[in-house]
Structures are given as C-alpha cells and as structure tokens.
Design a protein around this ligand. Structure first.
Ligand code: SF4
Length: 94
C-alpha cells in the first residue's frame, strides 16, 4: 500500500457517540467567512454546505485537531468539546 496521507488516516478508527456529537454548529442564516472556510480546512472533511448555503457538520471522523475551534472562536458559531470517554477517534501510531 502506498504511503499517502489518505492511507495513513484510514488506519485510524472512530467510535461514534450516537446522538451526542461533540461539535455543533449553531443555527445561522448566513455563515461567517471563518465558518465557511471550514468546508475546505477541516482535515477530516466534517464540514459541508447545504443547499441554502448554511454550513453543517457531521463530526464522525473528527480527529480532534481543534482547527475549527480556533478558526471560529470569535464568531460563536461552533460549540466544541472533546468526545465523552470511550468515544471519538482512535489513532493508530507507527
Ligand atoms: S476538530 Fe479538526 S478534524 Fe474535528 S471537525 Fe474540527 S477541524 Fe475537523
């Protein structure tokens, strides 16, 4: 197997905490530029735009890098916390 970033990330596992996402996007009409940037910046591809131009998140696969938390900290559009114990990403090292 080639050693691409995608192949390395595929080695990680993720345990979904059904019904309790650890990141939420607050309801909005028009997303800020910061929030819109997350569609392209999130390394796990968790953010997307819906047909109304609003930004949504599916936190499954989140690597807990904290980028969205930092980028959107001044806009108040994201509620961010770590997953509950036993849930979230399981990194494979080596
Ligand atoms: S913490 Fe990182 S991986 Fe998780 S949703 Fe935010 S930007 Fe994406």
């Amino acid at each position: 197997m080639s050693d691409t970033i995608e192949n390395r990330l595929f080695q990680n596992r993720y345990i979904v905490d059904t019904g309790q996402p650890h990141i939420r996007v607050t309801p909005h009409e028009t997303p800020s530029e910061a929030l819109q940037s997350m569609v392209h910046v999130c390394p796990a591809g968790c953010y997307s735009k819906n047909e109304h131009g609003q930004v949504e998140i599916v936190a499954d696969g989140c690597m807990e890098c904290g980028t969205c938390r930092v980028v959107c900290q001044d806009t108040g559009e994201i509620e961010w916390s770590y997953p509950r114990g036993g849930f979230g990403v399981l990194f494979k090292f080596g």
